[in-house]
Design a protein around this ligand. Structure first.
Ligand code: ZN
Length: 352
């Protein structure tokens, strides 16, 4: 749900909110973008995408399960002479609430078929089981990474209304890499891109070559890494491998979940890789300067485009920030540039 950690780039687009203008925007023949409002701070909208299938409409990432968002979809469908009843399939790039909650709600109340990446099953199924606890995996990780006070604050704070409203049940089926969802013109080809979440997928619109990137590639902000109920062991390794994989694909238009459509994807992928290279070298620099835990490194780093200190961030964002440093430290250890020792459950890092 949180995306604002990390750097930004200047895309040359002057009006930062231009892409959120409501309505139906055709991005290529037969493929439409519908920006939807979000009920969360810091992120104003999510792009939903729509195409015709052989028997009905296929929708991608239909947004947060709110009436306002549903009405925005209905208005956009009406411009094409369609209704919600004609939406037969929802595809979600990943299970975060702005991508999956409306899809899941429609499955419950309308019978719309819902498909999502197979590796999302870990977080989706565990969410259903443990929803009473607040971020149990992250709280345990914070304790191991030298942030016990932060762990206590996260664990004891009441669940926010939005967290409580997240409904994560199982979909009708799981998407696998290489799957093809039939459209009236070509297919949506499923490309597994783990990292932002472990089961994140992109959808390649074969008729145009455009890439619906979900949160894997975003034009202006860098996605959070591994922030989910049941994260994988080294999410940044997966994310960087998924970046390389995206560069190996033909360069298609970037159709992101948040932000404007751009003519190509590769340039922004290279910027995201450069961003993480810089962060990795900054993290290593702080280890050389004597920081020994992920929490100490996170405290030495600067966050968001305002270059805030860690303790200036909202408490949940501090949790995500420490989690990101943990992911960077893991990659440094895998590359042999740092080492970790675990004593009494506490992880301490040293430059190699
Ligand atoms: Zn997300």
């Amino acid at each position: 749900v949180f995306y604002k950690i990390g750097g930004t780039v200047n895309t040359g687009i002057k009006d930062a909110t231009e892409w959120t203008t409501p309505g139906l925007h055709e991005v290529s023949p037969g493929l439409y973008r519908i920006p939807l409002p979000l009920p969360i701070t810091g992120l104003t909208a999510v792009n939903c995408y729509l195409a015709a299938g052989p028997e009905g409409l296929v929708i991608v990432d239909p947004g947060w399960a709110t009436e306002e968002s549903e009405r925005a979809i209905e208005r956009a469908l009406a411009e094409l002479g369609h209704t919600l009843d004609e939406v037969l399939v929802s595809l979600s790039t990943h299970h975060h609430g702005d991508h999956y909650s409306q899809a899941y709600r429609w499955r419950q109340v309308r019978g719309t078929r819902v498909l999502i990446g197979h590796e999302e099953r870990h977080s989706i199924l565990e969410y259903s089981r443990d929803a009473a606890e607040r971020y149990p995996v992250q709280v345990a990780q914070l304790r191991a990474e030298g942030a016990a006070d932060l762990a206590d604050r996260i664990a004891t704070a009441p669940m926010s209304e939005i967290e409580g409203a997240l409904m994560h049940g199982a979909p009708d089926g799981w998407l696998h890499d290489g799957d093809a969802i039939a459209l009236a013109d070509g297919t949506f080809e499923v490309i597994a891109t783990p990292g932002h979440t472990r089961g994140h997928v992109m959808l390649r619109h074969t008729a145009s070559g455009a890439l619906i990137t979900g949160d894997h590639v975003l034009p202006r902000i860098t996605p959070s890494i591994g922030f989910e109920w049941s994260p994988e062991e080294s999410p940044l390794s997966s994310f960087l491998a998924s970046m390389d994989r995206t560069l190996a694909l033909p360069d298609g238009a970037l159709l992101p979940a948040h932000g404007p459509v751009l003519p190509g994807t590769h340039e922004r992928v290279r910027e995201q890789i450069a961003h993480h290279d810089q962060r990795l070298s900054d993290v290593l620099g702080h280890l050389h300067d004597g920081a020994g835990t992920a929490f100490e490194v996170a405290g030495a780093m600067r966050w968001t485009r305002r270059r805030s200190a860690l303790d200036e961030l909202p408490v949940e964002h501090r949790m995500i920030a420490v989690g990101e440093i943990r992911a960077h430290l893991q990659v440094l250890c895998e590359r042999g540039e740092a080492t970790v020792t675990v004593v009494d459950g506490q992880r301490r890092y040293l430059p190699a």
